[in-house]
Design a protein around this ligand. Structure first.
Ligand code: ACO
Length: 427
């Protein structure tokens, strides 16, 4: 059996044989299919990339039909149970789990880059008192591009590594500054005695106590949430990261674009939208009417559905367990009952069942964040901290590929044919 596809062009009667590798054909192999020798040749039309692989990647594997997610081969459930976020970030970047010495060196590297230049504070202070923290976050990430001119040397692997470590190390500090600005509290410097996530909680929530001690259950829960959000192959924001990175823009510029993509309510803004939706529903008796309104096309059930997962989102399963651990410490989030009822009805209702709409990672994450004391506006920023590890790993994979080219899709032109300019007086 040959690994080829035979195509018959019924316009000309000609046959073409194109190779199949990894269950894909090369779109460029279609270009030879023409009616006339001067034709451009056949293209594929795939808005929103529903069925187009934009790269070859060894980082994250997803089987949406079976609900499987693996980073570098390791199942997400095992990483969420046994690994830390820092180990996971190392794994995503380097391809292997670190040994003791490698992990210690990586932690030291991270803690060396956790502080922000003092001018970043002044920059953040320029935002209005009610600025959305995600807007502050993505602008500040972009602004880092002006602080690290060496980052422009994107062909230098050592420089790329330094920028990746710098980004993973600095995003919690940026997020904490964005939050403290949002609530009008002074910024807190990092504490190198604490873990990556413990220090983040310190930078967020420290008040006047001399030493901040994070609650270990909440620290672990947030670490798990970072692991769950760390990568998700070629999603909207990662595609933005790769698309911008493909122009050899520096990683701060590329990641500002990725964070901008993440901020939308159909992507990383969904957890915030879920919380607002649950608050708007308000009580259990309003749930059936809300479900009906969604079915009638009046908005979407936020936190449900996924482009790739069509059975269940394995991250949602882990998050539900994490939520229970968090609620034991913080007390039960009153919106949980509304969420559970919404899920129960939706999983039985033919509208959702037939469209394969299941809770995604964001359906429960917002409830955890809220119980931990976060304002909903911070939810997408929390997502961005975890996802930074994935963004930089994908960027590194892109940049280390010597055959890479600038991302530049084609279009099907549907506008006017050539016509002559009409002077203003004659229009
Ligand atoms: N509520 C109600 N109906 C929905 C939902 C939803 N959440 N999601 C999809 N549908 C319906 C659509 O209306 C459509 O119905 P139709 O066939 O009758 O027209 C059908 O299901 C298919 O929907 P698409 O929009 O084609 O699915 P797509 O794969 O493009 O969208 C997406 C995926 C964007 C995640 C979508 O399910 C959605 O908007 N969900 C809510 C937002 C959300 O939770 N986003 C977070 C995603 S996870 C993440 O980014 C980490």
């Amino acid at each position: 059996m040959a690994d080829t596809l035979t195509i018959t062009d019924n316009r000309t009667g000609k046959h073409y044989e194109v190779p199949i590798a990894d269950d894909t054909i090369r779109a460029m192999d279609l270009r030879q299919i023409k009616v006339n020798p001067n034709d451009f040749g056949l293209m594929t039309y795939d808005p929103a990339f529903l069925n187009t692989a934009s790269c070859r990647s060894a980082i994250t594997y997803i089987d949406g039909a079976k609900g499987i997610l693996r980073y570098r081969g390791y199942p997400i459930e095992q990483l969420a149970e046994h690994a830390t976020f820092v180990e996971t970030a190392y794994l995503l970047l380097d391809g292997e789990l670190p040994n003791d010495a490698e992990l210690a060196a990586f932690k030291k590297d991270l803690s060396g880059h956790v502080m922000l230049h003092e001018n970043i504070k002044k920059f953040i202070e320029g935002f209005r008192y009610d600025a959305h923290p995600m807007g502050i976050f993505l602008s500040t990430v972009g602004a880092l591009s002006t602080f690290y001119a060496g980052a422009k040397d994107v062909d230098n692997q050592q420089s790329r590594r330094r920028q990746s470590v710098r980004l993973i190390a600095k995003v919690p500090s940026i997020a904490a500054y964005a939050y403290r600005h949002h609530v009008g509290k002074p910024y807190i410097y990092p504490d190198s005695e604490l873990s990556y996530t413990g220090n983040f909680l310190n930078q967020l929530f420290k008040r006047t106590e001399p030493i901040y001690r994070p609650n270990p259950v909440l620290e672990r829960a947030l670490d798990v949430l970072f692991i769950l959000h760390a990568d998700h192959e070629q999603n909207c924001s990662t595609s933005a990261m790769r698309g911008i990175g493909s122009s050899n823009a520096d990683p701060y510029a590329a990641m500002a674009g990725a964070a901008a993509a993440l901020s939308g309510p159909l992507h990383g803004g969904a957890n915030e939208a879920v919380l607002r939706m649950l608050t708007q529903i308000g009580s259990l008796d309003q749930v059936p009417a809300f479900v009906e309104s969604v079915k009638n096309g009046d908005g979407r059930l936020m936190g449900f559905g996924h482009r790739v997962y069509k059975s269940y989102d394995p991250r949602a399963t882990v998050i539900k367990e994490t939520a229970n651990q968090v609620f034991e410490v913080t007390g039960r989030n009153p919106l949980l009952d509304i969420a559970l009822e919404l899920e129960r009805i939706a999983l039985e209702d033919d509208y959702f069942v037939s469209r394969k709409l299941y809770p995604n990672v964001d359906f429960y994450s917002g409830l955890i964040y809220q119980a931990m004391g976060f304002d909903p506006a911070m939810f997408p920023v929390l997502f961005a901290i975890g996802r930074t590890a994935g963004w930089v790993a994908q960027w590194e994979e892109l940049l280390s590929d010597p055959t890479r080219k600038i991302a530049r899709p084609r279009q099907v032109y549907i506008g006017e044919a050539a016509r002559d300019y009409v002077p203003l007086s004659a229009r």
